[in-house]
Each structure stands twice: as C-alpha cells, then as structure tokens.
Design a protein around this ligand. Structure first.
Ligand code: GDP
Ligand code: MN
Length: 380
C-alpha cells in the first residue's frame, strides 16, 4: 500500500527524520487556518497517490493565509493523472540551497535492501539513472549484517557530498531511514528532494512510502492509514467480499483460479489484441459462493463487455467449478457473453456440464488462446 506524503512524513518524524511542520486541510478555509497557525510563507501540496505533482500544478507556494486559501482553491479538485485532489498538506515553506535524493527499497534480485543517494535530486531518479548513472551512489545492506555506519559513509562519499555539516546530518538520517524502513515493513522509502537549506540544515521535503500489506497484522496503525476513497468502487467492494481484484481499464472481465494463471490470462487477452478490464483471482476454490462474489465485482464495472473464465483444474476439479458457474448464473442475471476455458482435472466433465446447460451467452473453449480470442471478439 502506498501512503500519502503526509502519512510518510508522520512516520519519518516518529523515527527522527527531520521534516517541515504542516497541517492537513480539505477545504480552502482549512488551508487558510493552517497557514495562519504555521505563520509566514507556506507550501500548498496536493495529497494524491502519484508522483510528479509539482509539474502537474499540485504544489504551490503561498505568501500569506489569504494566498494559501486561493492556492488551495486552485489545487483542490485538480485531476493529476486520474487522481482527484481531495486533501492538501499545508507545510511551512523551506528555502532551498540544494536538492538531493535518498531512497531505500528492495532489490529482489539481490534479496537485499538497496540504498540510493545522489546530489541530483528534485527530478525523477529514472531520469538521473538514464542521463548520468554514475551520479547515483548505490549500496546494498546485507539483512544478516544489518545497517552499519560505514554504509552511510560510503553512500555519502560515493555521492560526492563534501560539506562536513551535511555529511553529519545525512549520516544520521540514513541510519534512521533504515530503521523506519525495517520497523514499518516498508518496501520503498524515498525522499526526493532531500534538501539542504541556505543555513545548512538537511530536511525531507517529500516522502514516497510503500508498505507491505502482508505485514499489517503487525502495524494496525499503518493499516488504518488506508484511504478507501482513493480506490475504485469495484476494488472497495472486492475488499469487502474478500475477492482478489485489481481494476484495469479495458472491457474484457477476467477470472482465473490462482494468481499466476490470472496474470497469464491478462497477458493472453492483451496478446490477442484485447484490453483486460481487471485482474481477478478466484483462489483455490470454485464454489458458487466465490464465483457469485467475483462475478458481482467484475460486472459492477460498466466497461465490461465480455467475461473470460480461465480455469485450470488441479486439486479443484473442473466439474466442481462448472457447477459453481452454473449455480452462480442461476442466482444472478448476466447479459454479457461468458467464455469459459476449462482444462486439467475433470475438464471433459466440466465442459459437458456447461454445454448441456445450453445457456445462450455461455461459450466453452478448450484452450486459453481460443478462449481469449473468442472473449475479445465478443467484447463489442
Ligand atoms: P512531487 O513533484 O510530487 O515530487 O512533489 P515534491 O514534494 O517533491 O515537490 C516538488 C518540488 O516543489 C520540489 O522539488 C521543490 O522544488 C518544490 N517545493 C516543495 N516544497 C517546497 C518548499 O517548501 N519551498 C520551496 N522553495 N520549494 C518547494
Ligand atoms: Mn518529490
């Protein structure tokens, strides 16, 4: 789960990483009140779960409370790549002498945490990586060894940070970033920009923070940070029903059993020229209850024009899944064409059951590729 900037900064603060003082606001009036409390110049920052807000007009400096109210009016409601701004973070403005970049993430290939530090901050790290890769100091931390101060020193020298005052502050900050990363079961903690003020003070001006949902049982407080409003209605409904579902923007609804097969189904639909409407994993079972829940979520997306059921029977037998599908169709009305591919254990019986049912909008195909082609053809 991705956190908002203000939530990430809250966690930074808990672990002693310096951030600017700020307040949350959801209306221009609240923004004005926040600016009054903070005093002086403030920054009005759109809180959306996407980066590049500055370029999109979502970050604005305001000179006084009245200006903050005006800027808040401009930023609230803004559409930043599909994310509508509903919340603002009003922060005491910083003077900036230098913008650096610091992050820690997982390097899955190495199975280790990876730090990156560069003095070329304030722009996308991908851009720096492409244009000037040697400007980025990278260092892995062995999980058994854990973080050691020499890691921070090597990063600082590697990035070419020479000022002793900056070195000292960033040294402490890197250690704290490792703490917050490990303690919160984060997958990414990125500070871009990490600024140096004209007085030589180092501070995190932005935060990009991703936590591992599977660790929420350890962190009730972080789990509670989830903003249900930020998810499509279909995903919210899926969460309530316990269905594994991710909304995509096409018109072929997809249902597979197992995450791997469901991913392949998304791929094969795209491969034959179609556009998947979602990812949905039925899981191990195939009982009517699970099928109904999944179909209800999938068909609640108005863009869905056809549904592709891709089942590989292993322990779950295809005839059971076929019965589940038929029972589900008894219980609910679906007008969209449904293409079913059954393969594996008891596939013959399963296909026979579906064919015998004789439903007009049910199409049975023996292979994944044929079924994908058929589903894409029917999605008109
Ligand atoms: P992003 O565009 O989503 O990455 O949002 P950031 O929080 O990183 O802000 C974008 C840019 O706005 C930063 O790189 C800074 O140049 C600028 N900015 C943000 N906060 C301040 C501030 O307090 N003072 C000044 N002068 N500039 C700021
Ligand atoms: Mn940023």
């Amino acid at each position: 789960m991705d956190l908002y900037e203000y939530q990430g900064k809250e966690l930074f603060k808990r672990f002693g990483i310096p951030v600017s003082e700020g307040r949350l606001a959801t209306s221009p009036e609240e923004a004005r009140a926040a600016a009054e409390e903070l005093g002086g110049q403030v920054v009005v920052k759109a809180q959306v779960l996407t980066g590049g807000r500055g370029k999109a007009g979502g970050i604005k400096l305001a000179d006084d409370p009245a200006d903050a109210e005006d800027k808040a009016r401009e930023v609230l409601g803004l559409d930043i790549r599909g994310h509508i701004v509903k919340k603002l973070w009003i922060e005491r403005a910083s003077d900036i002498a230098n913008e650096y970049y610091l992050s820690i993430t997982f390097d899955r290939g190495e199975k280790k945490a990876l730090f990156m530090l560069t003095t070329e901050g304030g722009i996308d790290i991908e851009e720096v990586a492409e244009r000037n890769p040697s400007a980025i100091a990278r260092l892995h931390v062995d999980p058994l060894e854990g973080f050691q101060p020499w890691h921070a020193r090597r990063l600082i020298y590697g990035a070419g940070i020479g000022d002793p005052g900056e070195q000292k502050q960033i040294l402490a900050l890197i250690g704290r970033l490792y703490d917050v990363f490990v303690s919160c079961d984060a997958m990414l903690c990125e500070i871009n920009p990490l600024i140096v003020t004209p007085d030589g003070e180092v501070r995190a001006l932005d935060s990009k923070f991703t936590v591992d949902d599977n660790a929420f049982y350890k962190h009730e407080d972080i789990g509670a940070m989830r903003d249900l409003d930020a998810y499509p209605a279909e995903e919210r409904a899926a969460r309530e029903k316990g269905v594994t579902y991710v909304k995509l923007d096409g018109d072929v609804g997809i249902l597979g059993n197992g995450a791997g097969l469901s991913m392949s189904t998304v791929d094969v639909v795209a491969f034959v020229g179609g556009r998947p409407a979602n990812f949905c994993d039925l899981g191990g079972g195939g009982d009517a209850e699970g099928v109904v829940d999944a179909l209800e979520v999938i068909t609640s997306d108005p863009h869905v024009k056809a549904i592709f059921f891709n089942i590989f029977g292993g322990i779950t037998r295809c005839d059971e899944v076929a019965r589940g599908i038929l029972e589900a169709l008894d219980r609910m009305t679906i007008d969209d064409p449904i293409v079913v591919r059954l393969d594996g254990t008891n596939a013959e019986e399963g296909r026979q059951l579906l064919t015998d049912a004789g439903a007009a909008n049910l199409y049975v195909e023996p292979t994944m590729l044929d079924a994908a082609k058929r589903a894409v053809e029917l999605a008109v």
